[in-house]
Design a protein around this ligand. Structure first.
Ligand SMILES: C[S@@+](CC[C@H](N)C(=O)[O-])C[C@H]1O[C@@H](n2cnc3c(N)ncnc32)[C@H](O)[C@@H]1O
Length: 366
């Protein structure tokens, strides 16, 4: 009996998805499933609808770049949004592709998965504003935008040095470059190349600094890491130079405020450092400045100001709980629209925690 009803329910899901597809309300499928039915069958539905949505979103894309598959982050980044893009796309303002004069703003850009996705898919984005507190990361974005050839040449030299070493030699080379990176005497451009090399060869692509600001992630033991990904850098360069892209001086997210023009349609995507789940040790240190609850609250006030200035806001974070079990972000962002989506946590220091988790998406529009 229960197997029979299970089968019927699954058949129902297939038929429902098909009709939703026909009636062009597909964007709501995966969000509907996550929000309403947190049980096992629903997880199957979510994965199923997610796959369907991925197929659909790939076919409806409006690529500006030559090859959309190459338009992706040139660094691996903890908390990167690569696995969440279809769900975030489904939560964009209605008819986003038809809005005029769009400025896309990302104050915590990290690897820029969402930035590259948005610039690659929405040709109505005329301007972008990019910010992060990590100075080397921001310098890499500047080089990719303005001087990719020089960056590629530096990376190719490092890659050749690395590939010519035996296993032990590669490890030694990694630590030699890490020491060089931690010295202030190295030029900004060389530092950017070493930063990308360390990112591709260190443990899990993490960026972590100690109390004195020194990068301290150990060697990662990859068989043949790609260090100079020329095609990706050039595809990213093409996008970043195809419209006006403001790369802010590295610093706090509030930097973006001065680049919000009232005459534009401003869409701002915030992806701040994750608030730890209650049982999780906060291992992500992107810089030596922590992002604690006081800063989460300040960010909420900043969102209120931008909402009053007429911006569209989307913010993602962990589905973190208060000690009484209530949702931290539902309480903090009361009055905003809140959805839950499923995301694979690809970078976690605990392998057993690299499993799909719900994340929260907060918006000031429906
Ligand atoms: C969750 S990551 C963003 C990941 C990004 N969405 C991606 O797909 O790679 C958070 C980012 O916020 C940056 N960050 C931390 N504190 C910040 C602050 N106060 N202002 C601006 N950026 C900050 C970190 O350097 C990190 O790159």
């Amino acid at each position: 009996m229960s197997i029979y009803s299970h089968r019927l329910r699954n058949q129902g899901t297939i038929v429902l998805t098909f009709f939703l597809f026909l009636f062009d309300i597909r964007k709501k499928i995966c969000i509907f499933a996550v929000d309403n039915h947190p049980n096992v069958i629903t997880i199957v539905k979510i994965i199923y609808s997610h796959l369907i949505y991925q197929i659909i979103s790939n076919t409806r894309a409006m690529p500006k770049a030559k090859s959309i598959s190459l338009v992706k982050p040139f660094v691996k980044w903890a908390g990167g949004k690569g696995g969440l893009l279809p769900s975030l796309d489904a939560l964009l303002p209605a008819n986003f592709a038809d809005l005029a004069n769009v400025t896309y703003v990302e104050p915590f850009v990290g690897g820029g998965a969402m930035l590259f996705y948005m610039l690659g898919h929405y040709k109505n984005i005329r301007r972008a504003v990019v910010n992060d507190i990590n100075a080397d990361l921001i310098h890499c974005f500047k080089l990719v935008k303005d001087n990719p050839q020089e960056l590629i040449e530096r990376l190719r030299t490092i890659e050749n040095n690395y590939y010519h070493c035996e296993a032990n030699g590669r490890k030694e080379l990694f630590y030699a470059y890490r020491d060089q990176y931690n010295k202030t005497t190295i030029s900004d451009d060389e530092r950017a190349a070493v930063f990308i090399f360390l990112n591709h060869t260190c443990f899990n692509g993490l960026y972590r600094v100690n109390a004195s600001g020194k990068f301290n992630v150990p060697y990662g033991r990859y068989k043949r890491p790609v260090i100079c990904n020329e095609k990706v850098i050039m595809a990213d360069h093409e996008l970043l130079s195809s419209i006006e892209v403001v790369i802010c001086t590295p610093g706090d997210y509030k930097n973006i405020s001065r680049y919000i023009r009232p005459q534009d349609c401003n869409f701002i995507y915030f992806d701040p450092p994750y608030r730890p789940l209650l049982d999780e040790i906060n291992f992500k240190s992107y810089s030596n400045s922590p992002f604690d609850d006081k800063q989460q609250e300040e960010l909420k006030s900043f969102c209120d100001v931008l909402a009053n200035r007429g911006c569209f806001l989307m913010l993602s974070n962990s589905d973190s709980k208060n000690t009484d079990g209530s949702s931290y972000f539902e309480r903090l962002y009361e009055g905003y629209n809140i959805n839950r989506v499923i995301a694979p946590r690809l970078i976690n220091s605990f392998p057993q925690k690299r499993i799909p988790q719900t994340e929260i998406v907060i918006r000031n529009y429906l």
